[in-house]
Design a protein around this ligand. Structure first.
Ligand code: FAD
Ligand code: NAD
Length: 475
């Protein structure tokens, strides 16, 4: 006899566990199946995000930022420290503690909401039958449900001629767990993971070289932000080589030899460690029986419509395994929306207002369209900007690097995009997301009182500048 649920969620990352909790809140009998196993060998719901993604990377970014400031920036404040040292195992143990606290918290939340949790591999068959293969031993269990939500996430893309060995050539998992600071670190792909994890080890003393295939740096960000960020990261000694086509990499004598072609010229580089961060791909291995009725796209994503419905009736898919940005908050919002649709409520996700953040120092954050996109789409726009070097709070904190740039429709003044490079950009962008979600205009932000002295005044000034009336910069 198989146990019957209203909703079964396969995958317990920020997409899956959030969907399960919301479904349970709505009175639906819900199960969540997740295969992640923590370092202690026990179930660790929370997916990539909590275990080997967002949270551990931010823990290491924060630790390494403290170390970097201690060595480079505190002197200007009159604070001197001699022989500051980094204890890598202690830093990693702190990170692991943060992860354990949060994955334990998710287990408690699932329990508190009466979600039946299975630590195992779930496989969907015809008629929404789900087979669970437990990871802690025991026989397979068969479940069924009126609705199944697939939230199986993503895995790193591997490139030809480069094999991960988990020690010298690593993905995000390995680079979050080095037991010492490598003298030299090669990074293939100067995208979000490359920049964040490259920054961590660079701040701790590694000589970091990034090999990026594209000719432009951070092509997905606004061009002015990308330019300023490239200048700043160069100052921070991140050696970013653009137009670099890596041919192969091999481990020899404990070092990684990389063959790379840059601007038509082939060369050899040697690193102590190599991080491959060239994007992620949907993970659907062992998820679907042949008769599940769920179709995949040519790119291996689970094919869904705007409301996350798959080709099989009553089967939905969310998060990294479907189209759209691979971001935790996007996965969670889809999870909430699907649970509400299942419960017969109205739900809709605005992909136009999904914020992006790159947690470098300073941070990069944006919402909406870049100037390049507006040009490509032939949309008439106005621009306003404000440098953090003219913001009192930024200067007081020694954080005068960066800018806020705002783009608004030339005719209606509706905000089309806001791009921030600066301290706390991850928090500052929220105001802009709210404004855009309410279809606000730059004039709305220009007329809102911003506390003084705050970094948010730079957003106020960028909005004023858009109309040629910034107070603290020459228009
Ligand atoms: P996942 O988090 O990948 O979860 C999927 C879960 O499903 C996993 O636990 C997996 O084991 C399980 N699973 C898969 N198949 C099965 C099956 N058949 N049966 C049972 N369980 C299964 N995003 C941000 O928004 N902000 C950040 O700062 C950020 N930082 C990141 C840093 C790094 C280093 C990485 C790698 C990613 C980062 N991301 C960040 C991206 C973010 O982690 C993902 O977008 C997010 O985790 C996607 O959530 P998800 O629920 O779709 O999938
Ligand atoms: P990414 O898409 O951000 O960057 C990959 C980079 O690798 C790109 O610049 C690409 O041009 C380059 N590249 C691709 N193939 C290459 C090759 N053969 N040689 C050299 N360069 C190559 O991907 P990522 O950094 O691996 O991260 C994966 C996803 O995880 C991101 O897209 C993002 O959605 C998510 N993530 C988000 C955050 C965050 O929100 N702060 C942090 C980390 C990861």
């Amino acid at each position: 006899m198989s146990e019957k649920f209203d909703v079964i969620v396969i995958g317990g990352g920020p997409g899956g566990y959030v969907a399960a909790i919301r479904a349970a809140q709505l009175g639906l009998k819900t199960a969540c199946i997740d295969a992640f196993t923590g370092k202690d060998g026990k179930a660790a719901p929370g997916g990539t995000c909590l275990n080997v993604g967002c949270i551990p990377s931010k823990a290491l970014l924060d630790s390494s930022k403290h170390f970097h400031h201690l060595n480079h920036d505190y002197k200007a404040h009159g604070i001197s420290v001699e022989n500051a040292a980094i204890d890598v195992p202690a830093m990693i143990a702190r990170k692991d503690g943060v992860v354990k606290k949060l994955t334990g918290g998710v287990s408690q939340l699932l329990k508190g909401n009466k979600v039946a949790f299975y630590h195992g591999k779930g496989k969907l068959g015809a008629g929404r039958k789900v087979t669970v293969t437990p990871l802690d031993g025991g026989d397979d269990v068969t479940l069924s449900a009126d609705n199944v939500i697939l939230a199986s996430g993503s895995v790193p893309i591997q490139i030809p001629n480069i094999e991960f060995d988990g020690e010298h050539i690593v993905d995000n998992v390995g680079a979050l767990d080095f037991d010492h600071v490598p003298e030299t670190l090669g990074v293939i792909g100067a995208g979000v993971i490359g920049l964040e994890l490259g920054s961590v080890w660079s701040r701790l003393g590694a000589k970091v070289t990034m090999l990026e295939a594209l000719p432009d740096f951070l092509a997905m960000a606004d061009i002015d932000v990308a330019k300023q960020a490239a200048r700043e990261f160069k100052k921070q000694k991140l050696d970013i080589r653009l137009g670099a086509m890596v041919q192969s990499a091999a481990v020899k004598g404990g070092k990684v030899n990389v063959t790379v072609e840059i601007k038509g010229k082939e060369s050899e580089m040697t690193f102590d460690r190599l991080l491959v961060s060239v994007g992620r791909k949907p993970y659907t291995d062992g998820l679907l029986e042949e008769d599940s009725g769920v179709s995949l796209t040519g790119r291996g994503q689970i094919d869904v419509d705007d409301h996350c419905r798959t080709s099989a009736p009553g089967v939905w898919a969310i998060g990294d395994c479907v189209r759209g940005p691979m971001l935790a908050h996007k996965a969670s919002e889809e999870g909430v929306a699907v649970a509400e649709l299942i419960a017969g409520k109205h739900a809709h996700i605005h992909f136009d207002t999904v914020p992006w953040v790159v947690y470098t120092d300073p941070e990069i954050a944006w919402v909406g369209k870049t100037e390049q996109q507006l040009k490509e789409e032939g949309i008439e726009y106005k621009t306003g900007s404000f440098p953090l070097a003219a913001n009192g709070r930024a200067l007081a904190g020694g954080q005068g690097t960066g800018l806020v740039k705002m783009l608004a429709d030339a005719e209606t003044d509706q905000i089309l995009g806001v791009h921030i490079f600066g301290a706390n950009a991850s928090e500052l962008v929220s105001e802009c997301v709210v404004a855009m979600e309410f279809q606000g205009c730059s004039e709305d932000l220009a007329r809102i009182i911003h506390a003084h002295p705050t970094l948010s005044e730079a957003i106020h000034e960028a909005a004023l500048h858009l109309d040629g009336r910034a107070i603290h910069r020459g228009n």
